[in-house]
Design a protein around this ligand. Structure first.
Ligand SMILES: Nc1nc2c(ncn2[C@@H]2O[C@H](COP(=O)(O)OP(=O)(O)O)[C@@H](O)[C@H]2O)c(=O)[nH]1
Ligand SMILES: [Mg+2]
Length: 252
């Protein structure tokens, strides 16, 4: 597969467990190039991923020695991608939960609609913990209110194509968005900047520990973080309300 010069796959990875190798291999099968940002992992994936990159010129592994959080790890990748001339990244998790086979579909949509962000709409199977689905509904409700129902299908799903330039501007201005609060804050703020959301259904899987599933979601810590994030966004929403109403009335 010829390397894209505009779109790359960016995988933030923090102690991802054994599924990381298949995940990266699958991403490479469906896209070229693929970059992994190792976010201060302390497991064997550091050596394992570096070994994979030595065998594959189209897989780049960027190693952050300290854990900085998902948002900060993605931003690190965005800065390097922008310097290398890329305009879009498809972000996906390193733990096998996201459907690598849909990468070409999401990328094609982004190429067709270059002003849009392409968002995965999670299709859950029976493996999804109901508490996570409920929490998601709350975050989605807030994100839709904060954007006056501008079309965000899912606020939290990390399988999506972001335009790099506006996202870097937003992240430089907003020092939060560095951890688990990255994905929802990114879509809401991009929507405020006029970036349209295109939603595409994408299956998501939750693996049990016995299948090699790993999650670093901490129910209390991350829900506090998400609540604080929506409080910030709600204040931003109140300030932008006249603009958002004007846009809605103009049908944009
Ligand atoms: N939770 C967490 N994930 C990180 C961090 N840095 C990078 N990630 C990556 O972000 C993705 C989502 O994290 P995960 O723990 O799987 O969250 P979940 O899928 O919502 O349960 C994975 O690819 C992680 O490897 C970090 O500091 N914390
Ligand atoms: Mg996960």
């Amino acid at each position: 597969m010829l390397a894209s010069t505009t779109h790359l796959v960016l995988i933030p990875s923090y102690n991802p467990g054994p599924k990381v190798y298949d995940t990266v291999r699958a991403a490479r099968r469906f896209w070229n190039p693929v970059w992994v940002v190792i976010d201060g992992s302390t497991d064997e994936s550091v050596a394992g991923l570096k070994a994979m990159a030595r065998e594959d010129a189209n897989l780049r592994v960027i190693h952050l020695p300290q854990n900085v959080g998902k948002g900060a790890a993605v931003l690190h990748g965005l800065d390097i991608a922008a310097a290398a001339g890329y305009s879009y990244v498809l972000t996906m998790d390193s733990d096998g939960q996201h459907p690598a086979d849909l990468i070409p579909v999401f990328m094609a949509e982004s190429i067709k609609q270059p002003d849009a962000m392409i968002l995965g709409m999670p299709v859950f199977d029976a493996s999804a913990p109901s508490i996570r689905i409920k929490g998601r509904k709350i975050s989605n409700w807030w994100a839709n209110l904060e954007t006056l129902w501008a079309g965000i299908g899912d606020s939290l799903f990390g399988f999506r194509v972001y335009p790099i330039a506006p996202l870097r501007i937003i992240m430089r201005r907003h020092p939060w968005m560095r951890r688990f609060d990255f994905d929802p804050e990114a879509v809401v703020r991009l929507s405020w900047r006029g970036v349209k959301a295109v939603n595409i259904p994408a299956p998501v899987r939750y693996f049990g520990a016995e299948e090699g599933g790993v999650s670093h979601f901490n129910y209390l810590r991350d829900n506090v973080l998400l609540t604080w994030m929506h409080t910030r966004l709600f204040l931003g929403f109140a300030l932008r309300l006249p603009l958002l109403i004007k846009r809605r009335l103009a049908g944009r």
